[in-house]
Each structure stands twice: as structure tokens, then as C-alpha cells.
Design a binder for this molecule. Sequence first.
Ligand SMILES: *[C@@H]1O[C@H](CO)[C@@H](O)[C@H](O)[C@H]1NC(C)=O
Ligand SMILES: *[C@@H]1O[C@H](CO)[C@@H](O)[C@H](O)[C@H]1NC(C)=O
Length: 455
Amino acid sequence: MRSRSFFLASALAAFTGLAAATPTPTDPEPPSKRASLPIVTASGNAFWQGNTRFYVRGVDYQPGGSSLAADPLADTTVCQRDIAEFKKLGINTIRVYIIDNSANHDTCMNALADAGIYVIIDANNPLYSINRLDPGPSYNAVYLQSVFATIDEFIKYDNTLAFFSGNEVINDNVNSTLSARYVKATTRDMRQYIGNRGYRKVPVGYSAADVSQNRMQLAQYMNCGTDDERSDFFAFNDYSWCNTDFVTSGWDQKVKNFTDYGLPIFLSEYGCISNGRDFGEIAALMSKQMTGVYSGGLMYEYALEENKFGIAEIASVDSPTVKELPEFSKFAKVLSANPAPTGDGGAASTTHSVACPTKDASWLVDSTLLPAIPESAKNYMKEGAGSGPGLKGDGSQNAGGTSTGDAAPGSGTVTGTPSSSKNAGGATFTGPADKAPLIVAGLVFVLTLTGSLLL
Ligand SMILES: *[C@@H]1O[C@H](CO)[C@@H](O)[C@H](O)[C@H]1NC(C)=O
Ligand SMILES: *[C@@H]1O[C@H](CO)[C@@H](O)[C@H](O)[C@H]1NC(C)=O
């Protein structure tokens, strides 16, 4: 099972032989702002839509897969074809792995909002990403510029639910655990960027491969240390259900081990096709057995690719029609038969950190210090990232401008907010008032003492 998820990880992380991305249609004018979905926030160990608990009930969405490597939300024909199908499924969230941060997303994002659907965005892509076996050089200013430009592009939509700071960068090669420092630094930088730019606090977290040798250490690592270094949530990709049950799949142990983890958790991919597929995961995820610890999940995946996980067959990426496979209606039925529970589902009302893992044979990180943000990336915090590179160019992994040392804990604390409009992608940063950094630092300190960081 792990090899299956590892296979998916490799497929998405390797990204060789990129085909040219579909040409991006241009919208003459951004559509006027419509009645939008209520914003979802992370608080305690759960997500909330106002006072209502929010569960991720969605699918992973990347038609054409990693070989096409095209942004489906930049192509209005593609997204509108599939949004019609999403409505039939009754989902409330999609995850998109490959985003063109130079493209316009108004039409697709607004159509998704109209359909009641939130979006979780992977902030890296095949070209702009951390290299798991040579992470140091790949954590650089060119990489961060692309990541920040993706935030700029999606922060303006109320139905942006969360950002992933990485997907399965750490895998079952023990050496890849050393890349966790760079993924965590990226998470820190993204959260600081969102704060310093005065944006809505869209949650940022990592999407992990489910590797038994490092499952707990990685989760602990992403939620240890100072508040600026901790994630807003944790997610992992789980392929262990395989038409069994809560206990046979080992999910009972995963609930037990993640109880009191201190952050929201959801499954960023779930699915197993080796033993038929009845989507029994959904009944478990929506049951009291899990809702105190987990906030739902994303079924892997919508579009049928070579790996055969998909539930919708699309002849070619721009084909006008979709063939619904038998699993399509099965998934819709199970989803509708297992609605989100009412009430708080047993969620914890406060968040807290956990202890950092110690180095051992399967976890090689021996320091709690993170690499400092690369010097040449600091300017983005003040000036904004500017135009994104899209899915073109040479990529970032060997672009230079890397970190030159470790940062003191607290280095990612929000130090200023732009004086002009909130939540606007083009907000101009004019520099913090003299007292702002101290005030913000003091606030974080107080919240840490009370054990609740609800910002
Ligand atoms: C991990 O790195 C060490 C030291 O560079 C090397 O000897 C070892 O073969 C690597 N292990 C794997 C699984 O690649
Ligand atoms: C649960 O945690 C224990 C102790 O850390 C560990 O030995 C075990 O493998 C974990 N189980 C799962 C399913 O993660």
C-alpha cells in the first residue's frame, strides 16, 4: 500500500517530460465580485465555516495528471466541464496540484464558488519545488517567489480553503527526511508572507506521504517549535483502507496516535483500488470515531489516468464530455449517505504544539533550527512577489540565492502589515509602523502562554 502511495508521490514529484501547457484563455475583464462562499478558518483542531464545523468532502483534481502538468483552473472550458460533474458528486472541496500562477483564475474560481466548492492549492509545481535529496540549493529565492506569487493569485478568492507547502517531499527514502527542514521553512515563509502582506489568514500546511517509518516524527516536526514555525494544519495521503474496515485498515491506530495532536488534520488523498472500491472511508471519516481528530478528506482522484484511480474518464484534456465510470455514482451515493455530522464533532477548541522528534535511524533531522529565509527573498515580504513565472522557464531547483544559515526561532513572526486594502492581490506595502513588530510579537507571546493560537 505504501508503495502505491509512493508510486503516486513519484509520479507527481518526478514530473519529467512536460508537455506544453494548454494555452490560457484570457478574460477581458475580471467578473464583478459575486455573492461568495463564507470563508473557512482553522481554529482549535478543526475547520469552521462561521460557527459550523467544516469537513473536507472532496476529490483530488488534476486531469491529465503529472504528464500533462497543466493548470485545470486556468482553462475555463476544462473547469466548467468538470464543475458540472462535481455538482453531481456533491463535493465541497477540490485539491489542485499544478497551478499556473501567471494565469487568470477568476472564471473557474467563481464558477466553483457558485457550485459551493472550496479549493486547496499546492503552492509548488513540477518546476518550482524542493528537491527531496538535495534540498539546500532548492530552497532559494526563485522558488519562494513562485510560491508567494501563487499565494497572491489565490488569496483573493473567498473559496480558497488552504495552501499546501509541499506534497510528499519526504518519502520512504530515509535521506529525504532531511528535506523536512526546508519544507518547514517554506511553510514558515508562506505564513509570514500572508501575515506581512495583510492577507486573509488562509491556512498553510504540508501534505505528507503515509510512511510508517516516519509518519509520527514528520507530523510532530510540522507542529513543534515556535508558533511562527508551526503549520496551521497537517494532512497526509492514505491508501490503507482497501475495502476493509476501521480496525483492519489500521485507521483506529492512526486516530489514537493523532489524538490531541493540536492541529486540524485531514486526508489530502485517500483511496485504494487493489480490493474493489466501496468508499467505506467516508462513513468512517464522518463518524464519531474520527471527527474529534480528523476533518474529512479528498478522494484520490477525479480524472482517470494510467494509475486507474479516477472515477471520470476524459478522452483528452479538452474533450467536451466526461464518461462517468461506475465508481462515479458509487462515490456520490456514499457521500450523500454519510453527511457531515452536526455539532462540533468532538473538536478541540485550542491548538497547541507538540515536542519535536529526536534523531534516530528513520528520522535524520538532528536540529530544531530551520534554515533562514534566503536574503534575496526577504524583499518579497515588503514589496510583494510580483508576477509569477507560471509553468514555464528553467524552474528553481538550481537557481541560486539559497539560505546562508540557520534562523533563530521566531524569525518568521509577522512583522508588518500593508497600510492599504486587505485581501487585495496588488496591495502596496508601505512598511510597518515603528511599534507594529513589537505589538505583534507580544500578541503571539500572550496567545502562546494561554495555549490557544486562534489567529
Ligand atoms: C543516504 O545518504 C547516504 C550518505 O550520503 C548514502 O550512503 C546512502 O546510500 C543514502 N541512502 C539511500 C537510501 O539513498
Ligand atoms: C503509533 O505510535 C506508536 C508509538 O509512537 C508507533 O510505534 C506506532 O507505529 C504508531 N502507529 C501508527 C499506525 O502510526
